[in-house]
Design a protein around this ligand. Structure first.
Ligand code: ATP
Ligand code: MG
Length: 422
């Protein structure tokens, strides 16, 4: 089947005053972006408009002029600020009519709940005369589809759970074209600078530049190498061919970076580490100061983590480091709470307390206050104690308090992963 160039172009229109006042983050658009990309569409624009009939009508009309698929969300509810079907009616140039089956459905829902139906609930059953009602089993508001200016326009409710239900149960069967235009793979590393990484992998990038697009994303000590194989709307690339190109780049990057790559795509460091601990039959405990339990939270976020994570201490004060972990008061006095000596004593102390294979100890200055010329904000000492071995390092981290804490936790988990490979 030959495709019209705009056949695969989609736009998203989100509707609601709350999306323009800082009250609600527009998560529906990003959810639909991801879905549409996997289904073989290219999303080229988002528009967000207030709850206003002319604004809705204009946004839908303009989107339909540019794209062949338009999906809107929001404004299908029963209250008078829900105006999407009126806006769509205006864009289509047709009146709203009562849709009997929808009215009956709404009535039934109210009867079942034993609450009286108010006239504004009836409004939800008034739909444009042109188009089709899509049964929304996740809510009362019907979803709707109408043809406009050669495009297919789908209007969905705003509630994210209803958008997901409709996408999975109604849109997938109609809109999934079986293969994406852009095939992606993300390789993940911890503890590299973005620019240093780009420099390191220059040769691999050059070798594959004609067939794979490289991108980078860095956040709180984690760097992602983003690989993409892009077809165009007129010449899509076969999934097998795309996979092959991505595999070849991945192999070359693995050669170059080896164990520094901790995972790909959906992988998270805590889950990857958990798998490694499970495989090794090893256990771990944590002693945290500046991260305040974040490492424990990340470890226990993984289902089944009780198989290897025994527990930990949050020791924020000097006294608690001594009392709970057995860090000698003299060590803290002589070297400071943020020091290699203290981090090592914390890691060894927690390992001994829990009698486990590995102990993680972290102590640092997350800021914004508390820095000194010798130990500026972002100074973190990390230690990992194993049976008869101890690894430690001083880190100099960047960012605000939450970035420093998250970076510390990620590096700690990644370092234990690397220790397990020894
Ligand atoms: P309902 O039938 O529940 O009234 P609706 O179509 O009228 O649905 P809205 O009233 O616009 O939907 O929004 C319902 C809820 O969904 C609100 O809590 C709103 O903040 C949220 N919401 C709306 N649009 C979005 C969006 N684009 N992203 C995330 N949340 C949204
Ligand atoms: Mg609304």
């Amino acid at each position: 089947m030959s495709l019209n160039p705009i056949d695969r172009v989609a736009e998203i229109v989100t509707i609601g005053d709350e999306l323009l006042s800082g009250e609600t983050v527009d998560t529906n658009s990003s959810y639909l972006d991801g879905l549409l990309e996997r289904w073989g569409w290219i999303v080229t624009r988002h528009s967000t408009v207030p709850d206003s009939v002319p604004a809705i009508a204009e946004a839908i009309q303009e989107a339909a002029r540019r794209a062949s698929l338009v999906i809107s969300s929001g404004g299908l509810g029963p209250t008078e600020d829900d105006l999407t079907l009126e806006g769509l009616g205006r864009a289509l140039g047709c009146p709203l009519v009562l849709h009997r089956p929808t009215l009956d459905r709404i009535r039934l829902r109210f009867e079942k709940r034993g609450t009286p139906m108010t006239p504004n609930n009836e409004r939800q059953a008034r739909v444009p005369a042109v188009g089709e009602v899509l049964l929304n089993e996740a809510g009362t508001a019907p979803a709707f589809r109408a043809p406009l200016l050669g495009a297919d326009v789908y209007v969905l409710p705003g509630v994210p759970g209803e958008v997901r239900w409709l996408a999975e149960n109604i849109l997938r069967a109609r809109l999934d074209r079986g293969a994406p235009i852009v095939h992606r793979r993300t390789l993940k590393l911890i503890g590299f600078g973005e620019s240093r990484l780009e420099d390191m992998i220059q040769s691999v990038r050059d070798a594959h530049a004609a067939r794979v697009v490289f991108g980078y994303r860095a956040q709180a000590a984690e760097v992602h190498i983003k690989l993409a194989v892009r077809g165009t709307d007129t010449t899509p690339i076969e999934p097998a061919e795309a996979r092959d190109r991505l595999d070849r780049v991945e192999e070359d990057l693995e050669q170059l970076l080896g164990e520094a790559i901790f995972g790909k795509d959906e992988d998270e460091i805590a889950g990857v580490l958990g798998g490694a601990l499970m495989k090794a039959g090893s256990s771990v405990a944590t002693a945290e100061s500046c991260t305040g339990g974040l490492i424990a939270a990340m470890l226990t976020d993984v289902p089944g983590s009780s198989a290897y994570y025994l527990g930990g201490y949050v020791t924020y004060s000097n006294e608690s480091k001594s009392e709970l972990l057995g860090v000698p008061a003299a060590t803290i006095l002589q070297h400071g709470a943020v020091s290699d000596e203290t981090a090592r004593a914390m890691a060894e102390g927690v390992r001994a307390r829990f009698q486990c294979d590995w102990g993680i100890g972290v102590t640092g200055i997350a800021g914004p206050g508390g820095g000194t010329p010798e130990k500026p904000v972002g100074t973190v000492n990390l230690a990992i104690a194993g049976r008869g071995s101890i690894w430690s390092r001083r880190l100099s981290l960047f960012g605000d308090r939450s970035a420093i804490r998250l970076s510390t936790a990620r590096i700690a988990l990644d370092q234990l992963r690397r220790q397990l490979l020894r």
